[in-house]
Design a protein around this ligand. Structure first.
Ligand code: SF4
Length: 187
């Protein structure tokens, strides 16, 4: 029993970036430190409209515990969030609201499309359902499944963490990124 408790309470520290180490000092690149901080303190905005949202609730609860990855602070205010998690069927009527939420988020921001509906409209190949949120906003990571299990959602968050950690500080000002936003009509 005590062994099991020891195993379950073991906390793994985030790996430090590459650098030069000596007695009493550690030197690395600013970009690496910022990437490490961003990746391990993501603030998710859950945009949950249907069943995939229930899987998200399980992902947040104690068994799967998204907080282990530094992402337990949910924000329902776009200005205080940097990871938009879209979970569920998005009706075309809801599209402008989703886009407004995205536009109100500050840079750098990442988008996770959770489940078949957010990714491609899923089984709802109908006139009223958006056939994938990437028709209106750029998506960084897609999580497949109907519904995806919490493990898959966690994997999606880990992929976002990788992107955040390795992203160049100049990316958001680059012509390529501006071109991507312009292709969505976003300034
Ligand atoms: S992908 Fe499946 S589980 Fe998720 S919202 Fe759509 S129908 Fe529901």
């Amino acid at each position: 029993m005590s062994k099991q408790i020891t195993k379950r309470t073991k906390v793994e520290m985030a790996k430090s970036p590459q650098g030069i180490e000596g007695p009493g000092f550690f030197a690395t690149k600013m970009e690496e430190v910022i990437g490490l901080a961003r990746a391990n303190s993501l603030w998710p905005l859950p945009f949950a409209t249907s069943c995939c949202g229930i899987e998200f609730m399980a992902t947040m609860a104690s068994h799967y515990d998204l907080g282990r990855f530094g992402a337990e602070r949910l924000s329902f205010s776009p200005r205080q969030a940097d990871m938009l998690m879209v979970m569920g069927t998005i009706a075309k009527k809801m599209g402008p609201t989703l886009r407004q939420v995205y536009e109100q988020m500050a840079e750098p921001r990442w988008v996770l499309a959770v489940g078949a509906c957010a990714t491609s409209g899923g089984i709802f190949d109908s006139y009223s359902v958006l056939q994938g949120i990437d028709r209106i906003i750029p998506v960084d990571v897609y999580v497949p499944g109907c519904p995806p299990r919490p493990e898959q959602i966690l994997e999606g968050v880990l992929k976002i963490q990788e992107l955040a950690k390795n992203e160049s500080l100049r990316r958001r000002n680059s012509p390529e990124y501006k071109k991507l936003l312009a292709s969505y009509g976003i300034e």
